[in-house]
Design a protein. Structure first.
Length: 357
C-alpha cells in the first residue's frame, strides 16, 4: 500500500498547520480515518486493513518520509489498535464498529490495579499518550495488587496487566511541548479510583491472542521495534534527500564545488549507501521472521537480530545527521525549513526509550 499523489498533497499541505496547532489537523484526521490508517493492523472482519507485516512497515516508512510527525502518530495509534487481537472478541467487535475508533496510551506500568471479585479498581498517571486529543480509548499498564500487595507473575516479578478505558473515564493533562513531533500531541493522562471489569484487561502476548490472524502470533517487542524503526528510516531518507538537494544547489558555485562540494558529495554518497544496506538487512530479517512464523519455525535468533540491528541503525542515524546538519547552511536552522522540521522530529523520536542502547 503506497501513498497516492492526492494523499501526499494533503500531507504536505497540512504539515505546517499541524505543527502550529500541536495536534493533527481535521484534514489529517479525516484522511487517516477514511483511509483506515489507524487500522492497518486490524482484521478486515472488524473494518480494518489486516495488512501483513512487511506491507505495513513499508507504508509507515513512506508516510514518515513525507511527514514524520503524522507517521509517528499513525504508527503509535495503529500499534495500539492492534491490541484488539488480545481483548475479548465481543468487546472488540463493539468498539471497532466505530470507524473513528483509535486507541493509544502508555506502555509504562505507572498505575495500580487493585484486584476485586469482578474486576479491578484503577489509579495511575501515565505520560506520552500519542494522539491524545483524538483517542476514543486509552490503554495503560498497571501493577496488579490484592489487598494493596503486588501480585507476582510466574517469574517472581510484579504482575503487570494492560487495561483500556473509555475516553470519558480519563483526565488528559495537556503537557506535550516538545521541539519536534509537535503534532503527535502525546499528552499525559490519569485515572483515579476507576473500576473496570476483568474483560477490560488483557495481556499482550502471542500466547494469549484472541484472534487467529498471524500478526497476533508475532511477538509484540520485535513488532514495536520494527514499526518504530521504519519511522526513523523514512525520516532519515527524507533528511538525506534534502541534504543532497542543498548540495546540488550549492554546486552552481563552481568554487564551492571544487573546494568543498566534491568531498561533501562523497561523504553523503557513503551515508546513503550505508542506509540502503542497513535498510535491506532489517527488511530481510522482518520478512524471514514473518515467513518462519507462517511455517511455525523458531524465530528467536531473528528477533534477537532485529533488536540489535534496529538499535544500531538508530545510533548511526543520529551520528550521520549530526555530521551533515552543520554542512547545510543557516537555512537549515530556520524552524519552518523542512530540513529543520525533519531534524527536530528525528531527535525528538530518539527520546523514545525502545530503540535506545
Amino acid at each position: 500500500m503506497l501513498l497516492n499523489q492526492a494523499q501526499i498533497n494533503i500531507i504536505k499541505d497540512q504539515q505546517a498547520l499541524a505543527i502550529q496547532a500541536k495536534s493533527m489537523t481535521s484534514q489529517q484526521l479525516d484522511l487517516a480515518i477514511s483511509e483506515k490508517w489507524f487500522k492497518i493492523w486490524v482484521p478486515k472482519s472488524l473494518g480494518g486493513m489486516g495488512l501483513p507485516l512487511i506491507d505495513g512497515l513499508q507504508f509507515l516508512e513512506e508516510l514518515a518520509y513525507y511527514d514524520g510527525g503524522l507517521a509517528w502518530t499513525v504508527t503509535l495509534c495503529s500499534g495500539a489498535n492492534l491490541f484488539v487481537g488480545f481483548i475479548d472478541p465481543q468487546i472488540g467487535k463493539e468498539i471497532f464498529e466505530n470507524p473513528a475508533v483509535c486507541l493509544g496510551g502508555s506502555g509504562r506500568a505507572s498505575g495500580y490495579a487493585e484486584k476485586m471479585n469482578d474486576g479491578y479498581r484503577i489509579k495511575g498517571y501515565w505520560k506520552y499518550a500519542t494522539g491524545a486529543p483524538h483517542l476514543t480509548h486509552f490503554t495503560a499498564n498497571c501493577i496488579v495488587t490484592e489487598n494493596g500487595i503486588p501480585l507476582l507473575d510466574e517469574h517472581g516479578e510484579s504482575l503487570v496487566k494492560s487495561f483500556f478505558f473509555d475516553r470519558d473515564d480519563v483526565l488528559i493533562h495537556y503537557d506535550w511541548d516538545t521541539f519536534g513531533l509537535e503534532c503527535t500531541a502525546s499528552h499525559s493522562f490519569s485515572v483515579e479510583n476507576h473500576f473496570v471489569k476483568a474483560s477490560r484487561s488483557f495481556l499482550i502476548k502471542e500466547t494469549t491472542s484472541t484472534w487467529s490472524d498471524q500478526l497476533y502470533q508475532y511477538p509484540f517487542m520485535p513488532f514495536a521495534e520494527l514499526t518504530l524503526l521504519t519511522n526513523f528510516i523514512g525520516m532519515y531518507k527524507r533528511f538525506l534527500d534534502l541534504v543532497e538537494k542543498y548540495f546540488i544547489q550549492r554546486s552552481n558555485d563552481t568554487i564551492w564545488l571544487e573546494n568543498k562540494g566534491k568531498e561533501k558529495f562523497k561523504l553523503l554518497d557513503g551515508i546513503q549507501h550505508d542506509l540502503d544496506t542497513r535498510r535491506l538487512s532489517i527488511y530481510k530479517l522482518a520478512e524471514h521472521s514473518w515467513q518462519n512464523l507462517t511455517y511455525k519455525k523458531d524465530n528467536q535468533s531473528l528477533y534477537d537480530s532485529i533488536a540489535v540491528e534496529s538499535r544500531d541503525f538508530v545510533v548511526i542515524i543520529k551520528q550521520n545527521i549530526i555530521a551533515l546538519f552543520p554542512l547545510c547552511g543557516i537555512a537549515a536552522a530556520q524552524r519552518e525549513h523542512e530540513m529543520n522540521i525533519v531534524f527536530r522530529n528525528i531527535f525528538t523520536a530518539t527520546q523514545h526509550s525502545l530503540l535506545q542502547h
